[in-house]
Structure formats: C-alpha cells, structure tokens
Design a protein around this ligand. Structure first.
Ligand SMILES: Nc1ncnc2c1ncn2[C@@H]1O[C@H](COP(=O)(O)OP(=O)(O)OP(=O)(O)O)[C@@H](O)[C@H]1O
Ligand SMILES: [Mg+2]
Length: 160
C-alpha cells in the first residue's frame, strides 16, 4: 500500500506534536505499530498521543501488564485506545487472555513490539523512530501505511 512520510530530526517536543496530529486524525479502530529500538521513544509517543485525546490520569507503561486500556471522551475519533507493549509476550495466544482480540473492532491499538504477536495482529500504519548517536535528542520518524485505512490516516495527517 502506498504512502510513506519521513520527518527528519524531531526533538521530543516535535515527536509529541506529531503524536497529537496523529491522534487528532485517528480512526475509531485500527493498529498503529510503534517501532524502534529500546529507548527510541515509542512510549513517549504513546503518552503524548493519549494526552492529546484528553487522558488526564496516570499513563502507565504496559511493560508488565502488556496492555493498558483507556476510555476516550471526545466527540469524534476512537472511544477506546489500547496501549500494548508486547516485548514480554511469551506466546501470541496470550493475546486472547489479555482480551485484545475481543476489543479489536472497537478500539484503536498503539502497539510496541508488534512483531512479538507472531502475525496475530497486523498494522494499518507503522511509525518508526530512529535515533542518531550524534544527536541524542533527535529522532528520524518514518510513517508507513500498510493498509488503505492506514494510508487514509497518513494522508489526513501529512496532507498529501
Ligand atoms: N526526540 C525524542 N523523541 C522521543 N523521546 C526522546 C527524544 N529525545 C529524547 N527522548 C527520551 O528518550 C526516552 C525514550 O523512552 P521510551 O520509554 O519512550 O522508549 P521506548 O521506545 O518506549 O523503549 P522500550 O522499547 O524500552 O519500551 C525518554 O526518556 C525520552 O525523554
Ligand atoms: Mg516503551
């Protein structure tokens, strides 16, 4: 599916602004895969995304719970967002016990380490954060659409 946009050298504030732009255009359901090595900024992005959807309470990292659910109170967009970190997922079947499969049609999923799902979940849009040791405060961010829904989302954000 067509659609890739690169945002070079974003500092943390710029990554958080981009998270807000993606949140403002987010579909009701679908999967955004957050990619990049340990410490790349996946959870930082997710936190900014959730804050801009009006989440005011504590935003915990799903490091150990694997999934943290949020109810969104906004006039449009997703009504439920699941933040997943599958780094410690032992077996893709565990996704059943986590209730993820029951929610998938009515929630937007932000997923760190989606590759651990063994193909049980597939991204609509992928966001890849790449650090540069020479510029520790900057990330190159690439957004790649995987499905038509992801391409529409990306188009709404990037304007082309
Ligand atoms: N431009 C930037 N964008 C995002 N985070 C940044 C940036 N510059 C510095 N940081 C810092 O990098 C760290 C990113 O940590 P974060 O927990 O978000 O990474 P992660 O990709 O979720 O890691 P993990 O794979 O362990 O879950 C934070 O401390 C954040 O403040
Ligand atoms: Mg993380």
């Amino acid at each position: 599916m067509s659609g890739e946009v690169v945002y070079p050298r974003l500092d943390q504030a710029a990554v958080e602004t981009l998270a807000g732009q993606l949140a403002a255009q987010a579909p009701i359901s679908g999967i955004l895969s957050l990619e990049g090595e340990l410490g790349a900024g996946k959870s930082t992005f997710a936190r900014a995304f959730l804050r801009s959807l009006g989440v005011t309470g504590t935003i915990r990292s799903p490091t150990y719970t694997l999934v943290e659910p949020y109810v969104i109170d906004q006039p449009a967009g997703p009504e439920q967002v699941l933040h997943l970190d599958l780094y410690r997922l032992g077996d893709p079947e565990e996704l059943d016990y986590l209730g993820v499969r029951d929610e998938i049609d009515q929630a937007l999923l932000l997923v760190e380490w989606l590759s651990q799902a063994g193909g049980e979940l597939s991204a609509d849009l992928r966001l890849f954060l790449r650090g540069d040791p020479a510029e520790p405060e900057c990330r190159d961010v690439t957004l790649s659409a995987v499905t038509p829904a992801g391409a529409d989302w990306l188009r709404r954000v990037s304007g082309h």
